[in-house]
Design a protein around this ligand. Structure first.
Ligand code: BG6
Length: 460
């Protein structure tokens, strides 16, 4: 009686990225991405000094892994192509070994009735491109567009869903504002330039895609983090509004409406943080509207009005406009330090329905990273009931949103198999499948068995 049925052909699956799962970091012609370089330079920045070299050995074990996906009922799966593997010099020559690998993966997925969702960029700038400035340099925008065109040409006859970027705001924030990712810079103007050029690159890839008349769809994956104000006081509400402009609408508006929010442009202009624009840019941004939006949701952001006056001589920061707010009694994922607020997923979908033309979308990431999962090992299997509970309580809200007319077409967990989490390395485990780092043995967790029945029955 309480069965929650999802729409026909709902996408059940999971997501990962090339740099976090493939391993073989410098094998078969792949060049360095910034992650390979940074680890070589500063291994101490990574949890337990585990780097991207081996990650989860998908480069070797793709066939076995795809069989496991099938076994746990996946009908779709997202991964990313590594630019530094496909075109090791950033521009020019395509690496035949990479083409062979990605062809194998795509063909094997299709042979197993698993729809390949392919993303083109997941935080992994090739070093040769970073050396000329990365996203600060417009030459990299053109190089990326060319790389995207190559991907569409090589694999576009079989890939049905393309994504230009995963969470494009992450390299902006972590690399250029808070300096906890390479190139570890604190400079808001650079950050806004990087964000803007990423959007231009996105639009150029969409234009290339449309020119090639492919029958597939193109999208982008955004981490939409709803901003909740402490109270209804106008100052708290304004703090939440600015946070929404800076962290959500800076990418969401251009890719769905074709332009930036005027309020954001005014704010950046007032503080002299607008990137350099050229004639024709606005038109370019207007051509980046996507067919499909991937929504990554992990945690809400709670804010309040600033409690103290900002030093106007300090360097410009988003925190000029808000203070973080800790809600009493909040539910936490203590391993990751993230609040768990299931209704956030419903609020995002409702916002997309009400303010963004109900664009077709899906939950492209949601998940729970847990440290020391071996403590839940029983008879050789991780009993991750907490993950089942986490997924279910989010799916309840996805279901409600769909019932109310939201156009949500699927749910992908982060992630398929425990993977390498950037500076957190293997600290927190997220997968449906556990990975023994010593032996690389894969074992289905309880949640992997559970999702199989959900996918088969199209509900729970
Ligand atoms: C998303 C990213 O932000 O969250 C993934 O797309 C990432 O690449 C995932 O791994 C989980 O976050 P973290 O920091 O725990 O790895």
């Amino acid at each position: 009686m309480n069965f929650k049925r999802f729409p026909k052909s709902f996408w059940w699956g999971s997501a990962t990225s090339g740099p976090q799962s493939e391993g073989a970091a410098l094998k078969d012609g792949k060049s360095h991405s910034i992650w390979d370089l940074w680890f070589e330079q500063q291994a101490e920045c990574f949890h337990n000094q585990v780097g991207p070299e081996d990650t989860s050995t998908f480069y070797e074990n793709w066939k076995e892994d795809i069989a496991l996906m099938k076994q746990i009922g996946h009908n779709s799966f997202r991964t990313s192509i590594q630019w530094s593997r496909l075109i090791p010099d950033g521009v020019g020559e395509v690496n035949p070994k990479a083409v062979e690998f990605y062809n194998n993966v795509i063909n094997e997925l299709i042979a197993n009735d698993i729809e390949p969702f392919i993303n083109l960029y997941h935080f992994d700038m090739p070093v040769c491109m970073q050396e000329i400035g990365g996203w600060e340099n417009r030459k990299v925008v053109d190089a990326y567009a060319e790389y995207a065109r190559q991907c569409f040409g090589l694999f576009g006859d079989r890939v049905s869903k393309w994504f230009t970027f995963n969470e494009p705001i992450v390299p902006v924030k972590q690399g250029y504002v808070y300096a906890n990712h390479y190139p570890q810079t604190h400079d808001f103007l650079k950050a806004s330039t990087v964000a803007y050029h990423t959007m231009l690159a996105h639009s150029k890839a969409v234009i290339a895609f449309r020119e090639m008349n492919l029958s597939s769809e193109i999208g982008i994956i955004l981490n939409l983090t709803p901003a909740y104000s402490r109270s209804e006081h106008p100052a708290d509400l304004e703090a939440a509004n600015v946070v929404d402009l800076l962290f959500n609408r800076s990418f969401l508006d251009p890719v769905t409406l074709g332009h930036y929010p005027q309020e954001l442009l005014n704010l950046l202009a007032e503080h002299k943080q607008l990137p350099l624009c050229r004639d024709g840019d606005a038109q370019l941004i207007g051509q980046g509207i996507v067919d499909l939006l991937g929504v990554n949701y992990y945690e809400p952001r709670r804010v309040q009005a600033k409690q103290h006056v900002v030093n106007p001589n300090s360097s410009f920061m988003p925190e000029w406009f808000y203070d973080p707010y800790i809600k009493p009694g909040r539910k936490m994922n203590v391993h990751r330090g993230w609040e768990i607020y299931e209704k956030g997923i419903y609020d995002i979908l409702t916002n997309l329905k009400e303010n963004y033309g109900n664009i077709p979308c899906f939950i492209s990431e949601n998940g729970m990273g847990v440290e020391g999962e071996n403590q839940f090992l029983q008879d050789g299997q991780i009993q991750d009931d907490y993950r089942i509970e986490f997924i279910k309580s989010h799916l309840d809200y996805v279901h409600q949103a769909i019932e109310e007319g939201c156009h949500c077409k699927g749910y992908h967990l982060w992630t398929f198999i425990d993977c390498w989490s950037w500076i957190n390395s293997y600290k927190n485990r997220y997968g449906f499948i556990s990975l023994d780092l010593e032996t690389q043995k894969r074992t289905i967790k309880k949640s992997g068995e559970w999702i199989k029945t959900v996918s088969q029955e199209n509900g729970y």
